[in-house]
Design a protein around this ligand. Sequence first.
Ligand code: AMP
Length: 448
Amino acid sequence: MSPMRKDTRKAPVKKDADASPKRTVHPISPVRGMRDILPSEQPLWNMVRAKCIEIASAYGFERIDTPMVEETGLFVRGVGKYTDIVEKEMYSFETEGGSKLSLRPEGTASVMRSYISNGMVSLPQPVKLWYMGPMFRHDRPQHGRYRQFYQFGCEVIGEEDAVTDAQLALISYLILKELGLKPTIRINSIGTTETRTNYKNALVSYLRGHRSKLSEEDKKRLLRSPMRILDSKDPAIVEIKAEAPQIVDWLDERSKSHFMRVLEYLDETNVPYQLDPYLVRGLDYYADTVFEAYVEHEDEQGHAQLALGGGGRYDGLSEVLGGRETPGTGFSLGLDRIVAQLRESDIKPEKKQVDIFVAQLGEQGRKKALAVFEELRKAGIVSGEAFAKDSIRAQMEVANRQEAKFAIVIGQKEVLDGTAIIRDMESGTQEIIDVQKVIQEVHKKLGK
Ligand code: AMP
């Protein structure tokens, strides 16, 4: 069909056998605990993503993407069978071929799996990787907790020096601080497996003395994962915890000196940190240093410290996953919570400034405007348009909404004359320019 002729054909009316009598079609909502991140929210998300990437890149990290689905065994072995994540929160399924798979609940186990399966041990060490993407945990949805959420993480694999632990705590702090938040790092050492075994015995005998105050869930934990009880926010536990034995007293000389060095490096960086003798983190792979980044937060329940991210050392993880003995340290940040905090603190991304809006009138004007828009784009000038709109008024409304500083107007007459009108959107003054020189003229106007 000629592009000039209007298409007057009617769309065929489908006769659907199911269509009568009319049935109500219910709209489909997102799955509980999952949500859309809409275009209007993306500028803030982009600001967070960009800051994570900027700082990780400056510190020599490279991006890695791993699949969102892995063998369930990866997380059972890596994260730990008796962790909340694996016991209660994984989206697991069996394929027709009988493979047991899970949506990843976190990133570290996958990155270590990738390090092993891709033979990254033969690369110059350490290997420094960052990742960003959705994680899935079937937890009870509530404020700041989703079933699909997003994490950014950094991992340093193949380096045991304490300076790495400090550097990772520093990077997580810097990202949050440079975004405009006021984070603090909470840090502890949970030593070696042997340390933890001894400590657990002491902790269990202490907690047994307070058994009547423990919830049913915590009583179960007493047998299988007593250190997790320390993670509890239950006021009864918070009270019991105050007198509980502290793991630092069980650290061996090597762990103690490693931890001291981490703290000394942190002292050099001016990162605000607090020693938290009861910080254990909920995953099995951690050893020695563990830390969390948190901010002070007010909500309906009052004042709380909200964790925005966490990490630590995981020297045993590689072997658990069938690799060689390889040290590793890392952290992950929860992007959803960071975005929510920025919103609460009224921190906004810089608005994309539209320099010039390209308006058109008539078919010839529209064609010329298309070409001019592309010329402007190639020259790096941020332009706006509403080519599908006919009326100048409607186009100017869009231009105002986009807060364009200038508009170019090209109509039939301008096409014939080889000109364009350039309009100052604030003062309303207009000027006729040679359309061939549009880039120069726009640059001049913008003072570039
Ligand atoms: P974790 O390793 O579990 O401490 O997770 C690291 C960070 O990810 C947390 O500090 C949160 O900011 C974020 N995060 C973890 N689980 C969720 C969730 N269900 N929804 C939103 N963010 C989460």
